[in-house]
Design a protein around this ligand. Structure first.
Ligand code: HEM
Length: 411
């Protein structure tokens, strides 16, 4: 571990550590877990792009994610640190890569179509979808693969319905989004092709909604206006794509990850079964505890900025380890322990600042509905294989088991 009194120059000159450090199930890498105390700002090298600063404390992560001196837009040029050969967010029209005021305008326009009220309004419908998927699992009887039968199916139906993606197109769905979050050795050309296919698909869908408005979110976005302002065609297409990708694989993986984590903590699971009213708090704690992905998209410093004991120079990229920040012991007591009653729980799993997850309300609702349905409808829920036989995803930015065979006490 590095000497915390090292000078900025000393750290900058040191060979950067390869990042992500290690991947063991959903656990935080032990070196990364110690960074907030031992090296709040360290030097890392991602698989692609130039070396970067990695910020690991809760306080500094919030600063980097909310201070306008750190820019997403500035990362559009140059060899951006990233996990995949092509970063789908690295386009000027993507909401993820805009700075205020351009970004504020888009968030306000989309916000009109994507309100917490709208999410609450679909909760009863989402409960029915989840119950229907469990009905099918029960009809077939145990064992079942939770990943295939529920975790991927549920958020796919929700986001497709919300966006208005026709039934006939949904079979292609997983291939598109898998390609977008893949870090595996596919060539930049192949990544580019996936991006272009998805772009043309949404181009057609947006044109269709303009011709024939419907009740869905995409129509809401097409019609969203702020006085004379409205979203352009390209902005709409990229928003549709981002919502699809950001809103699907994240939630799909985390549904299984949350069930896995609860099964690994039987006392917490028993408490949750006894007191299902704790589900909203449990979901927040599971979001904090589970390492779903690695560092959040890089920001570039636009001026020289002192971060802890490091002087970050103008133009240098900075990454935030949200997972390390969610385990920062200066904010969370016993961060390595899962505590479904943890209060307060100011976790950063959805990010922070202007780019804080646009779909956080939807994700929370889906995760809560998933847990309440799975726990209430599948008594005696257990893994149907020994834990060490689970296979974990590789070559993608998300973590989660590839399949999750479960059993339960059938009537
Ligand atoms: C467990 C589920 C989810 C997690 C952990 C998650 C996490 C995040 C994080 C950390 C960011 C910030 C990225 C940054 O600052 O660079 C983000 C942004 C975003 N998320 Fe999520 N997300 C989840 C689900 C969803 C869902 C369900 C949707 C929508 C349907 C969604 C849509 C978005 C969008 C559009 C952005 C970009 C916002 C902006 O740049 O202003 N996410 N998400």
């Amino acid at each position: 571990m590095a000497d915390s009194t090292a000078t900025t120059e000393g750290i900058a000159e040191r060979t950067p550590r390869s990042y992500p450090f290690s991947r063991n199930r959903l656990e935080l890498d032990p070196v990364e877990a110690r960074l907030p105390q031992e090296e709040p700002v360290s030097r890392v090298q991602m698989p692609y792009g130039r070396p970067a600063w990695l910020v690991s404390t809760h306080e500094l992560s919030k600063l980097v994610l909310s201070d306008p001196r750190f820019s997403r837009e500035a990362t559009l040029v140059g060899d951006n640190p990233r996990e995949s050969p092509v970063d789908y967010a690295q386009v000027a029209e993507s909401i993820l890569s805009m700075d205020p005021p351009k970004h504020t305008r888009i968030r306000q326009l989309v916000g009109k179509a994507f309100t917490p009220r709208r999410v609450e309004a679909i909760r009863p419908w989402a409960r029915q979808i989840a119950a229907g998927l469990i009905d099918d699992m029960q009809a077939a009887g145990p064992p079942a693969d939770l990943v295939r039968s529920f975790s991927y199916a549920f958020p796919a139906i929700v986001i497709c319905e919300l966006l208005g993606i026709p039934d006939a197109d949904r079979h292609e769905f997983r291939g598109w989004t898998d390609g977008m979050v893949s870090t595996s050795a596919a060539s930049p050309e192949e990544h580019q092709e996936i991006l272009l296919n998805l772009f043309s698909y949404f181009e057609r869908l947006v044109a269709e909604r303009r011709r024939r408005p419907s009740e869905d979110l995409l129509t809401g976005m097409v019609q969203a206006r702020d006085n004379e302002d409205r979203l352009t065609e390209t902005e709409l297409v990229f928003l549709g794509m981002t919502l699809l990708v950001a809103g699907y694989e994240t939630t799909a993986n985390d549904i299984t990850n949350q069930v896995y984590t609860l099964l690994a903590h039987p006392r917490q699971l028993a408490q949750l079964r006894e007191r299902p009213e704790l589900i909203p708090e449990a979901v927040e704690e599971l979001l904090r505890f589970i390492v779903l992905g690695d560092a959040v998209n890089a920001r570039n410093a636009t001026v020289d900025i002192q971060l802890g004991d490091v002087m970050v120079r103008a133009g240098e990229p900075v990454l935030c380890s949200l997972a390390a920040a969610c385990h920062d012991e200066s904010v969370f007591d016993h961060p390595a322990e899962l505590d479904i009653t943890r209060q307060p729980n100011p976790h950063l799993a959805f990010g922070y600042g202007p780019h804080v997850c646009l779909g956080a309300h939807l994700a929370r609702m889906e995760l809560q509905v998933s847990l309440e349905t799975i726990l209430s409808r599948l008594p005696g829920l257990r893994l149907a294989v020994p834990e060490n036989e689970l296979a974990w995803q590789e070559g993608t930015i998300m973590r989660g088991p590839t399949a999750f065979p479960i059993s339960w006490d059938a009537d």
